[in-house]
Structures are given as C-alpha cells and as structure tokens.
Write a protein that binds this ligand. Structure first.
Ligand code: MSP
Length: 504
C-alpha cells in the first residue's frame, strides 16, 4: 500500500469580487503547512482554487453587466495570480467551472441519490444571497439582518431536492465522540458538536430557479446548491489534477483549513456528504479566525479590506507571511494594521533576525575570512536548542502555526542574547581566546542555520538566501537540529530585510 501523503486544502474562493488579505491568509497558512511537510520528505499535495457557481456570482455578474462565466474568468485569474505572489506552492488550482469537476460532482451526487439519501420537498426559510445560505431563526439577530453581511434576508419558498442530513445524526455524533481532533481548535470542535447535538434537519441539495450551476443529472430543471458543488472540489481535484496523476495515498485530506464562518458546511455537511457517498472522511479540519480591521471582519461586502498586493509591494512576500502568524494567533481572531505591520518588520525581521545574521556573517568574514574550522559547539546554547525541531514538528502536527513560530523565535532572541553575552569583538582582541572565538562564531552560525531551516515554511525566500550565505542549503527537517560541522564557509553579509521600504 502507498504511504499516506500529506494533502492540505484551502476553501475555494468566491469569484464575485477580488482577492483580499483574508483569502491570502488561508492560502499562506496552507502553504506553510505544505512546505513543512515537504521538509519532512512527505509526498505533499496542496490544493486551492475558486468557487464559481451560485447566486452571489450570478448577482455580481448581473450588476456588472457581464455573464457569470466572464466574471468568473476574470476573477479566477486574479485569485490564481495571487498564489505566486504569496509564495504559494499549490500543486493545482481548481475552478468549479472545470468540466472535469462538473462531471465528478454529477457522478458523486448521483451515487448519493441512488443510495437513497435524496428526496423531493419544499423549502421555506429566510435566506442571505451573499452567504448563499438559509438562516435558522436563532442565527438572526433582533434587527432581522444577516449577522455576517448586515443585509436584508429574503423569504424563499421553493421546491428542492433535499439531502437527508438528519440520517447522519448518529454517525456524526459517533465521529465527534471517537475523533476528538477531527476539528480544531477545541472551541470550534465544541461548536460543531453542539450544532449536531441540537438536532440535524435535512437541507436543500438543489435549486430550481437558478441556472448558474451544475445541472442535476436526474432532473435537468435543477442545479446543485452551490455548497455541495463547492465542497466536492476537494475530492474532484485529485481525479484530474495533472500533479495528482498516479500519486496514490493522497485521499483523504490530512488538513483542511477554513475560516470560522464556514464551519458548519465543513464540519457537519461535508462529513455527512462523504458518508452518504461512501468516501473516506478528512483527518483534520482546522478553523482559523478572522483578520479584523478596526474591529470588524475584513470583507469585500463591508469594504474594509487590506490589499495583499499593495502590502507585498511594500514589505515583500516573506514579511507578509511572517506577520500574519506572528500578529494573530492562528485559530483566533486578531486585528491587523499597517502600524503593527511596520513595527514587526522593523523590530523582529530587520533587527532580531536580519541584524543577527548580518552581524554574525560580518564577524566571520572579518575575524576568520569566512572560514570556520570544525570543532565543538557551545554546550549551553546547544541545551537551549535541544528538542527544538521535535517541538516544532509537534506543533505542526496540530497545525499550531503561531506556537511553532514562537518556539523558533524564542531561539532567534536567544541567539541575539548570545552575541551580547559572548561579545566576539572582545574575544577577537585576545590572541589567547582564538579557540573560544571559533566556538562562539561556529555556534552562532549553527544556531542561525538551524532557525533558518525551521523558518523556511514562513520565510522561504529569506531563509534560502540566509542558508546560501552559510553554505548550507539543505532544507530537510532531519537536518534542522543544532549540531556541529554544518557550516564551513560563509559569504559576506547582505541585507535580508531592508529598512528602506518601497513606496506606500
Ligand atoms: N466559497 C466559499 C468557500 C467554499 S469551500 C468549499 C467561501 N468563499 S470566500 O471567498 O467567501 O471565503 C473563503 C475563505 O476566506 C473563508 O474561509 C473565509 O473565512 C476566509 N476569509 C474571508 N475573509 C476573511 C477574513 N477577514 N479573515 C480571515 N479569513 C477570512 O466562503
């Protein structure tokens, strides 16, 4: 049997508007995970893409006087272009208008129909066209508006085919009882479990009055409700993505990253749908919080968005990747702002990491002409690095991207203190301390090498430059430990994070 690969997904993004930092956030998080698992030597598949059917897209297209396909083509391109700018190494970019996706959606849902989990009925309820979702009474506040978009809800009554979600009440309760890490963080696990325990009702699977969607094979007057079409992307992609061809052991997903607003779809509907289709369930769903600006969720409909392209032009890709997981604990909500961005860039990237590296390289060039003889490492410093790579690995096993980064950053700060404590510039004045100076410089170079390997998923371009100047390009996690004999010849320093930023 093939070894289980590491399969990570992001939600697929709606093409009714342009990408913003909230989308970039999930894509970067998935990329950090993907890169880390590649460092472990695992077979990785990283999927992202666009969600192109449904009412929000049809409405936005109508408002702009273009066809839904034209709008989808235009905006899918913008999402696709965002990936490389973020340093994302996704193996495929799925579009739900891909004919292969449509074919497999029809195939899977026909199976669910044949298995007896679909029936005809009438749905009546209050509906948010932007969420493309019906709202239960207890979700609607006293103002009667959509709690997310703050817009009027419409009352919809229509004939639909229903998915018999209620028949998965017990299987889902069992899933949550048996797999305490199916959804993380714990608060989101509890939220999904209480939703299930409060009693599941059947949900509409198709819509009759929409045409922008995938036609239902057993009744061509209906299209599938966009969420079912969309959720299946995680499965359909592996059936036709060129990079998945012939790679066994990718299904099921290892980690599916989502925002907290789409918890119910992923933590309840999605496993039920897979059970109905007889397909194995994902291993973990990790739910991140919202990036807030001025205390509100950043969103296209609220108009308070930070443009990731502008941020990257000014600070660079690595700085954005780093900032998002430093500033906002992954899994919680947190505010972002230009001011806190600039502060972290200056203090942490330019000073704590950039200066540490350039001072160290400058001293190795000045005192040792760039050559470090083999020899022992500082034992006290080694003790502070003991077990670091293993702890980072454990945090990654739980998708704790902020805690993993903090583990590493504690060592970056430790190395800065080490420079001050050992003052190599003083040792350099004393011939008798030559051996000790070797040890200090070697230990610093090795410490920097170790953190650079571990930081690579967050800061890929900077880590690679740093490792190249240490003459130690290997990225494998097995080689991340603090051990002597790795750095021999170093290059003169270069500025990793220039203080002069590009124009705002
Ligand atoms: N198309 C659906 C997902 C279908 S997945 C089968 C969708 N698209 S979306 O474009 O609206 O949002 C995609 C993801 O971006 C969601 O997980 C959402 O939480 C995330 N973000 C959008 N704005 C965000 C923030 N301000 N902060 C963090 N993430 C947010 O929902």
């Amino acid at each position: 049997m093939a070894v289980k690969g590491f399969y990570v997904t992001t939600p697929i993004y709606y093409v009714n508007a342009a990408p913003h930092l909230g989308h970039a956030y999930t894509t970067i998080a998935a990329d950090v995970l993907a890169r880390h698992h590649r460092q472990r030597g695992e077979e990785v598949f990283f999927l992202t893409g666009t969600d192109e059917h449904g009412e929000p897209v049809a409405d936005a297209a109508r408002a702009q006087g273009v066809t839904p396909q034209e709008l989808a083509d235009k905006n899918a391109e913008r999402f696709r272009a965002l990936g490389p700018r973020l340093g994302a190494t996704n193996d495929f970019f799925i579009r739900t208008t891909d004919p292969e996706h449509e074919r497999v959606v029809r195939e899977v849902l026909a199976k669910v129909h044949e298995a007896g989990y679909v029936y005809e009925g009438v749905y009546e309820g209050r509906y948010c066209p932007r969420c493309a979702d019906f709202k239960a009474e207890n979700e609607i506040g006293p103002d009667g508006l959509c709690p997310i978009h703050k817009i009027e809800l419409t009352v919809e009554r229509e004939e639909n085919y229903f998915f018999a979600l209620s028949r998965f009440q017990e299987p889902l309760e069992r899933l949550y009882a048996e797999q305490p890490r199916f959804v993380a963080p714990q608060s989101r696990f509890n939220e999904a479990r209480s939703f299930i325990e409060s009693g599941l009702r059947d949900v509409p699977l198709t819509r009759k009055h929409l045409t922008w969607g995938i036609t239902v094979p057993w009744d061509e007057s209906h299209v599938f409700y966009v969420w079912f079409d969309a959720l299946l992307n995680y499965y359909t992609a592996l059936r036709y993505a060129p990079a998945a061809d012939g790679r066994e052991g990718l299904w099921p997903p290892s980690y599916q990253l989502i925002g907290k607003d789409i918890l119910r779809f992923h933590a309840v509907y999605w496993p039920a749908l897979l059970m109905a289709a007889g397909i194995e369930l994902p291993e973990h769903i990790f739910v991140h919080g919202f990036l807030l600006m001025d205390g509100e969720k950043m969103s296209k409909s609220l108009g308070n968005v930070l443009d990731p392209f502008a941020v990257i032009d000014r600070f660079g890709t690595d700085a954005l990747r780093f900032y998002l997981f430093r500033e906002v604990p992954f899994g919680q909500d947190g505010s972002v702002s230009t001011a806190s961005f600039e502060l972290r860039y200056e203090v942490e990237l330019a000073n704590e990491l950039g200066n540490l590296a350039s001072r160290t390289l400058a001293m190795i060039s000045r005192y040792r002409d760039g050559e470090l003889p083999d020899g022992p490492l500082d034992e006290l410093l080694a003790a502070d690095f003991e077990g670091l790579a293993e702890r980072v690995r454990e945090q990654f096993d739980r998708a704790e991207l902020t805690s993993a980064l903090e583990e590493i950053w504690v060592r970056v700060r430790r190395l800065n203190r080490y420079v001050e404590e050992r003052a190599p510039w003083t040792l350099a004045k004393d011939q008798a301390a030559a051996g000790e100076l070797d040890l200090v410089l070697r230990s610093l170079a090795e410490g920097i090498r170790s953190v650079a390997v571990l930081l690579w998923p967050y800061l890929p371009a900077s880590s690679e430059r740093l490792l190249a100047s240490l003459g130690a390009e290997a990225l494998a996690l097995d080689g991340a430990g603090f051990a002597s004999g790795n750095v021999h010849r170093t290059a003169p320093p270069e500025v990793l994070f220039p203080k002069e930023l590009g124009p705002a």
